[in-house]
Design a protein around this ligand. Sequence first.
Ligand SMILES: Cc1cc2nc3c(=O)[nH]c(=O)nc-3n(C[C@H](O)[C@H](O)[C@H](O)COP(=O)(O)OP(=O)(O)OC[C@H]3O[C@@H](n4cnc5c(N)ncnc54)[C@H](O)[C@@H]3O)c2cc1C
Length: 505
Amino acid sequence: MKYDVVISGGGPIGLFLACELRAHGVSTVVLERRSGIDPTLKAGGVSGRGADILTRRGIVDLLGPLPTIADLMGDRKPGGEGPRAGAARGSLPTGHFAGLWILRGGSSSSTALIFAQQQRVEEVLEKRAVELGVDVRRGHTVVGLDQDDSGVTVAVEGPRGPYDLHTEWLVGCDGGRSAVRKMAGFAFPGLDGVITGRQALADFDDPDFFPMGWHRTEHGLIARGPMPKRVFTVEFDGPPADRDAPITREEIQESVRRVTGTSVTITGMHSVTRFTDNTRQASTYRLGRVLLAGDAAHVHPPFGGQGLNLGLSDAVNLGWKLAASVHGWAPEGLLDTYSTERHPVAERVLHNTRAQVALMQPGPWVDALRDIFTALAETPEANRLLSDLMGALDVRYEASGDHPLAGQYCPDFTLKTSLGETRVKDLSRGGRGLLLDLADREDVRDAVRPWADRIEAVTGATETPSDAADAVLVRPDGYVAWAGEDVGGLREAVRRWFGEAPAAP
Ligand SMILES: Cc1cc2nc3c(=O)[nH]c(=O)nc-3n(C[C@H](O)[C@H](O)[C@H](O)COP(=O)(O)OP(=O)(O)OC[C@H]3O[C@@H](n4cnc5c(N)ncnc54)[C@H](O)[C@@H]3O)c2cc1C
């Protein structure tokens, strides 16, 4: 079988992209070199727009019961600069910047942080992808590619030997060391790392050897919790000498001892990873018929938990545009907007993680800087700005017209329809475009009727006066393509994003 799209990498972003493509009827295969989900402890949650995306596609409902930040902190003793420090000043924070738990929420509404371990998210996404009809092949490694104007030939090493797959499009979702990125010749400029970070789930001979929470010491940074066994250290003495060397119990123990000045002993270790803070980004996310998404397109240290948010937002942006290209209705240049829209967003993440590394360094000069930074960040405007930055809540794409909603992520309006109340998030599950007809205007509904296969029109009233518009056109990724009253503007926006109307049957 010839697939429309081959995805290299079945991590969270490859699997989510596959779900998006299948929801649009695109035949998709995911090639994943691992035989099972990576058991290494990585993301402990999904934040910002990433949380909204998983909510709007109904993935959150599949994750099962999830703890809140308050559940995770429980009645643990206050410690360092962690969430309990925020609790003393009122409600629990929504996130941190450089280990300062000061964020109180951004300017636009967003789903609360989803506290699901990355493995659980991957499990659910894989199950969903398979249910939707994605061919997920584990134990299959992409080892070569060759593209021309008509398609891509992908060389694969499978459990039963090598084989080739011919496809229209190849997407590299194969992580920070992406083989697709290297083989296709994407430039990957940026800065080398200056730190060594380590994260583990470990048993300690003295579980109270150091307080829970985030702490800067004279020798680095340590974070403990929210799970009792989790420990995370950062040392500012250069990147790891050999990033591929196996990580031993002794290495983690020595790092914990150096940072804390204790002589604690690790008696058991369950998961471990090492990272640095190189910040690099592909200079474009598309070269011909090969695209990149997630960590394959950008790498940065995990401070502030932005990786999944960034990658899921790439995938939700790319999915419908690539599907439109496969189905032949993509307007001129639509697919290239993937790179032009998403590149600047990752650039900001790289930038803010560099700032976080600077603010986490040990020493009295940085102590002073943190004090002043904290005072500024606690002012409402600065706090909103930082929260927006960390959750990518203020991302705006170019859109038609000058209505304040145009280009923004569509708020989760409640609509009173003839069939009862519904919300934008409920209408977003299938991933089609949406036309919210808020003033019951037949001319507005007529304007999109020929695109019924791509745009669902819903008539209903909403009580959000600050965002008042007669109608709102929402792209499949949740961003407002147009809002306003003028049906001529609506028609123009529909063609710009959804192409020409299909021929009447
Ligand atoms: C210590 C740590 C903590 C983190 N904490 C957070 C957090 O709290 N919140 C957050 O949002 N993010 C966090 N992150 C970042 C997050 O884990 C990544 O951003 C995320 O895993 C990126 O997903 P991905 O699918 O792009 O890449 P990956 O998860 O790396 O998946 C890539 C997949 O491609 C496969 N692959 C590679 N090469 C090939 C090939 N040639 N052929 C076939 N398959 C291939 C790999 O086996 C892998 O399964 C953390 C990362 C680390 C290291």
